[in-house]
Design a protein around this ligand. Structure first.
Ligand SMILES: [Zn+2]
Ligand SMILES: [Zn+2]
Length: 104
């Protein structure tokens, strides 16, 4: 963790306040959100520099869906791999799993 006075910060914004029902748990509490990147100064977001892709997230089970309501793997969108042996999330440029040592 590091601190900075000015820089670019991600900020999650609520795009649509209308709740939808969750295909995973049935809870009506899926909201459309977007992660925008803001230029900030003294931790106060000033203006947006990058608009994120809208996604839907269930407030109950944290299932993430794309804007059409299809489930998506959040790790995949962040450019990470999953170890086929132990199932943990591993950075894309790892050749060996740091947890179990298996070649990826
Ligand atoms: Zn849910
Ligand atoms: Zn592993």
């Amino acid at each position: 963790m590091f601190f900075f006075i000015g820089g670019i910060q991600p900020k999650t914004v609520l795009v649509d306040k209308q709740p939808r029902s969750c295909p995973a748990c049935g809870h009506v509490g899926v909201y459309q959100k977007r992660v925008d990147h803001y230029v900030s100064l003294f931790f106060i977001p000033l203006f947006p520099v990058k608009r994120g892709t809208p996604f839907l997230m269930c407030e109950k089970c944290n299932t993430i869906l794309d804007e059409h309501g299809a489930r998506m793997d959040f790790e995949q969108t962040r450019g990470e791999n999953r170890c086929p042996s132990c199932g943990r999330t591993v950075g894309r440029d790892f050749v060996f799993c740091p947890y179990c040592g298996k070649a990826l």
